[in-house]
Design a protein around this ligand. Sequence first.
Ligand SMILES: Cc1cc2nc3c(=O)[nH]c(=O)nc-3n(C[C@H](O)[C@H](O)[C@H](O)COP(=O)(O)O)c2cc1C
Length: 192
Amino acid sequence: MRKSILAFMGSPRKNGNSTVLAKKIVEGSLAAGARVESFYLHKMKISPCTACDKCHKADDRFCVIKDDMQKLYPKIIAADGLILASPIYFFSVSAQLKLFMDRCYALGGPGGYQFKGKKIAIALTYGDVDPFRSGAVNAMRTFQDAFAYVEANIAGYVYGTGLEQGEIAKNKALMKDAFDLGKILAGKCNAQ
Ligand SMILES: Cc1cc2nc3c(=O)[nH]c(=O)nc-3n(C[C@H](O)[C@H](O)[C@H](O)COP(=O)(O)O)c2cc1C
């Protein structure tokens, strides 16, 4: 069975560093036989969660806010794996990705979250040369705690330095790691 993977790009820059890195993960997954669909969150209408909590009531499906998350919910439920890509903005993930993550609250209910058993690959880029000083570690901690909570499995992270749009592509070792992570995500290799 071909694995089904969704990629969520969290940068406002169409060919930004985190997107370049995520596209390499996508290439690896495609090479391993997966089907991949990509979404540019900045181009989508995704409003903030209003904490009405209706999504967690047994008879309510998804979220009451009628925006682009409605078309993403069924796709997320059906997917085997997700790629999340973000620039580091002020020591954590971009607002675009955080909005999306908050709205995934609606995929929870009495039986737990509909992320259970899915594989997750994460791509982060930042301007600083140090992943600690850049704030990338804060984002990684967030993913670690969030995906443990929803019982998903992190297949791996790729992260690196790049300030100007797309310059991360020069980091060939990182590009290879991203490609390999895509294969892991598609189930053709063991996790790192
Ligand atoms: C609003 C804003 C905030 C940023 N904050 C940080 C930061 O906290 N730490 C850091 O190392 N780089 C920071 N940067 C640099 C970006 O993380 C870096 O350029 C990244 O590679 C951009 O990814 P993208 O090309 O995918 O958008 C910031 C850039 C912007 C525009």
